[in-house]
Design a protein around this ligand. Structure first.
Ligand code: COA
Length: 428
């Protein structure tokens, strides 16, 4: 029997030296899985996102609160001598150190991997950088830089337009997810070896991993045009590199985004529509083109490839007579894969997502209730309770006392040294 209160990573202590988005997404998931995440922040300042994109003056921003659930916050100046001593003790106590400082920052603080490993041979040190070793290794990198350097932007957008970045934060949150997997894998290996290791993930590499199918297409180009791309049917020659493919499907089943009823005024009245070979006949009947089931040039998938524009224009004439939800209701029973283009507003109003914990309402002492995205990974024996993000330094004293076992006198001395800022009691 599994104890209902058990969390998968209970007992694992994380020294969370992350900031902005990429690192915090990783440690947030570790927190959701039950790890004790101790976020170490610069005294008086903290993670810069606390005060970025502010919607409620004086309160921690949604940018911060939505990326830092289930963590404790400790203020610590890691450049102060006493601060370094406290940090050393934290390294001794923790199972994992996670950081996404600019290249070299941790070394400059005096905590290189060699030093960290020497202090605690069992610790896993996990880092995110923009680029891996090589000519760009010293660069500071943000989300969209990674999307561009990882090949995503050059393959996103329409053929006749500029490269596009995507709203999904594949550079930051995508890299955080990769790092998270590296950490739990290293923890698993440590069970057998007893020693820690370094886990490194570059944002460029993570984006490239997620854009893997576009590298597939790069190589397919050598064998001839990419026939499932719209540009093939349009007679536009291919160049040397994987082109932008608009809303074409990235797989073997052609798909497009099509207008639905109300598209003239609603920017999201669209559906994605896939003409999967297995359901082609049903599609033909549905849109009123039964002859296409047997007509030469339409009957088989290869024949259709140079007529995708014509086919999707005809399907769109049909989808424009229905709302995106009606399209879904009519196609789903026929196994025709379609998906409504949902706005963030529609998603925020979706009760079903609250029922599964994918969306959660969280209370915060400074901001009141807000919506957050919960844990997208569901473990049947490790339930997630989404807790609000900590206030800056909310747990400094608690961590000094309970985790690091400093006495009252020592805490007083640490505080007077300027290493932790003003020591605060945890808020109720
Ligand atoms: N106490 C004392 N100093 C601290 C501190 C603490 N608790 N926490 C951070 N600092 C210091 C760092 O040591 C660094 O000092 P240094 O430049 O003298 O070495 C300084 O604060 C700034 O840190 P840095 O990481 O360079 O922040 P930045 O705001 O200049 O750059 C990024 C931000 C995100 C561009 C950079 O951290 C980066 O490239 N990270 C790796 C890639 C990444 O994760 N990017 C995506 C972020 S979403």
């Amino acid at each position: 029997m599994v104890n209902e209160m058990t969390k998968a990573l209970e007992g694992v202590k994380i020294l969370d030296f992350t900031h902005v988005q990429s690192g915090p997404t990783c440690t947030q998931i570790l927190g959701w899985f039950g790890a004790d995440v101790i976020k170490v922040e610069r005294p008086g300042v903290g993670d810069a996102t606390r005060k970025q994109l502010v919607d409620k003056p004086g309160a921690d921003s949604l940018y911060f609160t939505m990326l830092n659930h289930n963590k404790r916050s400790m203020e610590l100046n890691s450049k102060n001598e006493t601060g370094k001593e406290v940090l050393t003790r934290l390294i001794k106590e923790c199972d994992v150190l996670v950081e996404n400082f600019a290249p070299g920052a941790l070394d400059r603080m005096g905590f290189s991997w060699e030093r960290v490993h020497e202090i605690n041979p069992r610790i896993i040190m996990a880092s995110i950088k923009g680029f891996g070793p090589g000519k760009y290794e010293d660069c500071k990198v943000y989300e969209n830089v990674a999307q561009c350097a990882g090949g995503s932007a050059s393959t996103t957008g329409f053929l006749d337009g500029p490269p596009l970045v995507t709203g999904a934060q594949i550079g930051d949150s995508g890299t955080g997810l990769h790092l998270c997997l590296g950490i739990v894998t290293a923890l698993f290996q440590r069970e057998k070896t007893g020693v820690g290791q370094r886990v490194s993930v570059a944002m460029q590499d993570s984006v490239l991993n997620l854009a893997r199918v576009k590298m597939r297409d790069q190589q397919r180009l050598e064998a001839g045009p990419l026939k499932e791309y719209s540009q093939f049917g349009e007679g536009i020659p291919f160049g040397e590199a994987t082109p932008r493919a608009g809303n074409d499907s990235g797989g073997g089943q052609p798909g497009r985004i099509l207008k639905c009823k109300g598209w003239e005024t609603d920017p999201n009245a669209y559906t994605y529509f896939i003409i999967q070979a297995a359901v082609w006949e049903k599609v033909c009947d549905l849109i009123g083109e039964p002859n296409w089931k047997t007509d030469a040039g339409f009957a088989t998938p290869p024949e259709r490839l140079d007529k995708l524009n014509q086919i999707f224009e005809r399907i769109e004439q049909w989808t424009m007579t229905k709302t995106k939800f009606e399209v879904m209701d009519l196609c789903n029973p026929l196994d025709i894969p379609v998906g409504p283009i949902l706005s963030m507003k529609e998603i925020a109003d979706d009760e079903g997502l609250y029922a599964t914990g994918t969306l959660v309402k969280v209370d915060h002492p400074e901001r009141g209730e807000y919506i957050s995205v919960g844990c997208p990974i569901k473990l049947s024996a490790s339930p997630v309770d989404v807790e609000r993000s900590p206030l800056l330094g909310e747990h400094t004293e608690e961590i000094l006392r309970d985790v690091l076992k400093y006495s009252d006198e020592e805490i007083q001395a640490i505080s007077e040294s300027g290493a932790v800022g003003e020591v605060r009691k945890a808020a109720e």
